[in-house]
Design a protein around this ligand. Structure first.
Ligand SMILES: Nc1ncnc2c1ncn2[C@@H]1O[C@H](COP(=O)(O)OP(=O)(O)OP(=O)(O)O)[C@@H](O)[C@H]1O
Ligand SMILES: [Mg+2]
Length: 548
């Protein structure tokens, strides 16, 4: 640090030389150079270097031809290599993906025009093959020519994964709405068919030549109703009554049913954990899940010999464990889960099938409907559970469904709750049948009449209220549809209770019991009957309602 005559300071570099004067005497020559600018430039240089080195943004400096001059540690980490390994490499070699040469020349010409390029690339050196959003800007020399390039990456793999999952979920949701709507309408139509058939059957003897045809119609309608049931399950609108269930017991009780559903060449093995915590679930829906899984396993094995293993157990699931499942992790609570697993030694699935597995109507089978797995997904969502799939083509499949465990509830024995209404009850009383679908109304009326009841009909809520006002003292019970024009079931219910507070109302709907009855909570609804119903079912329900 030196001081000029005028008092100002500057940074100087001094050099002294010993030389001879003209007489050969020793002279010291002192050279002073002002280096302020050079030192400032050096400082700036190391600042720039440190900024790039230490930046958490993965950054590289390339020459005009795309060779790496400098890569910061963040970039090396993103590429999955050691810091020094990137230097000298051609940037195109670090990229994966399909576009290859075309992409290379696109980037090159953009940069050479002096413009910045941005786009998405996959890094291939990293085992995880991350997807990155990349920005490359040209760096010009003094003459304005592109001499270098500066490149900044951002890892967007996780973001993209979430977006795709969301899009998938939304697509499945809209399909669910569609499937639920179709199923609801079909249920009404099937109600008419089944009602008429069971009425017709009840008027003839089994030796009547028409008996076999009627039986066929009835069985086929039941199969159609089952399909509707699958669709309703997928849309989350299936029948739904939750109670604590022990999954191991449920499987044991189903074992006979399962064994007759699979091929003789397939052996069934159980690995059931005793003393499992309960899950809160709808028995029929869980049976549907297990049945669908086992049938798929059996179909995957096909004509070969093979084994199906049904196992149960429990797991303390953390966020990571739940992340790798098929339901968005955001809506799942980490904690104890009870699982049920069905493994098979069948054909397995490739990635294409795995991806579309839960799509309604996706099937690879000639006679498949593609509803089994989508129904399972719907049911599982309805139970706040999730599902994991492990499968590879040619290597078999394991599908694991998980339900939140409930600790303190004792499981209910299943045998105690099977259908109790066996005998047809000859009864008396007057029922007001409210339904906007004329055929459905008529068949319900005919069924009730055959059971000994008097029937009054109403075509919607307004009509129902009017009829009740008129026949207030005659009507004992109302069979009420949910969805009707003018006045729906809910409003009609309130009105009717006002006219006759002790009136017994049995709600009927193609939707699930919970959705349908939620709105009536605490209002004194007498009961619920799921559409479509058979003669036996509706008579039992009405008798129950009248008695209760
Ligand atoms: N255990 C399994 N092993 C191999 N592939 C399976 C397995 N389970 C399901 N899949 C594949 O997933 C597809 C969809 O299954 P899903 O149960 O939804 O429909 P499906 O069995 O074809 O028809 P549906 O069950 O309605 O009769 C199947 O067609 C099959 O390709
Ligand atoms: Mg299936």
């Amino acid at each position: 640090r030196l001081i000029r005559m005028d008092g100002s300071e500057f940074l100087g570099e001094t050099q002294s030389l010993l030389i001879e004067d003209v007489d050969g005497g020793p002279v010291v020559m002192l050279i002073i150079r002002d280096v302020s600018e050079r030192v400032a430039a050096e400082r700036e240089n190391s600042l720039l270097r440190a900024a790039i080195e230490q930046s958490t943004e993965p950054t590289m400096v390339l020459d005009a031809d795309g060779f790496v001059l400098l890569a910061n540690p963040a970039s090396a980490k993103l590429h999955g290599v050691e810091n020094t390994d990137l230097k000298g490499l051609q940037i195109a070699e670090l990229r994966g993906g399909r576009q290859g040469d075309a992409l290379h020349s696109e980037i090159r010409s953009t940069i050479m025009r002096g413009e910045a390029w941005h786009g998405e690339v996959i890094l291939k050196k990293n085992r995880k093959k991350p997807l990155v959003a990349r920005r490359i800007s040209p760096v010009f020399d003094g003459e304005g020519a592109t001499r270098w390039q500066i490149l900044v990456d951002r890892d967007i793999s996780e973001e993209r994964r979430r977006q795709e999952k969301m899009a998938h979920v939304q697509r499945l949701e809209s399909l669910g709405v569609l499937a639920g709507g179709i199923a609801h309408d079909f249920n009404n139509l099937l109600g008419i068919i089944m009602g008429n058939v069971s009425l017709a059957r009840s008027t003839i003897t089994s030796r009547d030549p028409i008996a076999a045809s009627l039986k066929n119609i009835e069985e086929t309608s039941h199969r159609a109703a089952n399909l509707c049931n699958q669709m309703l399950a997928y849309s989350g609108k299936g029948k739904f009554v939750v109670q604590p269930i022990n999954l191991s017991e449920l499987v044991e009780e189903m074992s006979q049913l399962l064994e007759v559903s699979i091929s003789k060449k397939v052996s069934m093995r159980y690995e059931l954990t005793p003393l499992l915590p309960s899950v809160k679930a709808d028995t029929a829906q869980l049976q549907q899940v297990i049945m669908n899984l086992v049938i798929n396993a059996n179909e995957a094995i096909g004509e070969q010999n093979g084994t199906i293993v049904v196992a149960t157990g429990q797991v303390d699931a953390d966020v990571d464990y739940l992340r790798s499942s098929y339901v968005e992790e955001e809506i799942l609570e980490p904690g104890p889960y009870v699982w049920l697993e069905v493994s098979d030694t069948g054909c397995g699935m490739d990635s294409m099938v795995r991806e579309r597995l839960f799509e309604p109507f996706f099937t690879t089978k000639f006679t498949g409907r593609g509803l089994g797995m989508s129904a399972i997904l719907g049911i599982i969502r309805g139970h706040n559970g999730t599902i994991k799939v492990y499968s590879e083509a040619g290597k078999g499949t394991t599908i694991k469904v998980l339900f939140p465990a409930v600790g303190d509830l004792a499981p209910v024995s299943l045998t105690a709750m099977s259908d109790s209404a066996e005998q047809t009850i000859q009864a008396t009383g007057t029922v007001l049948v409210v339904d906007d679908e004329e055929m459905l109304r008529n068949v319900a009326a005919a069924m009730l009449k055959s059971g000994g009841y008097e029937v009054i009909l109403a075509e919607d809520g307004v009509d129902a209220v009017a009829k009740l006002e008129k026949y207030r003292d005659t009507i004992d019970c109302v069979l009420l549809d949910m969805k009707m024009p003018r006045m729906g079931g809910e409003e009609a219910f309130t009105e009717m209770r006002r006219i006759k507070p002790e009136i017994k109302v049995l709600l009927s709907s193609g939707y699930n019991e919970q959705t349908a009855t939620n709105r009536f909570a605490g209002k004194g609804l007498a009961g619920f009957v799921q559409k479509p119903y058979t003669l036996k079912k509706i008579l039992a329900k009405i008798a129950e309602t009248m008695a209760g």
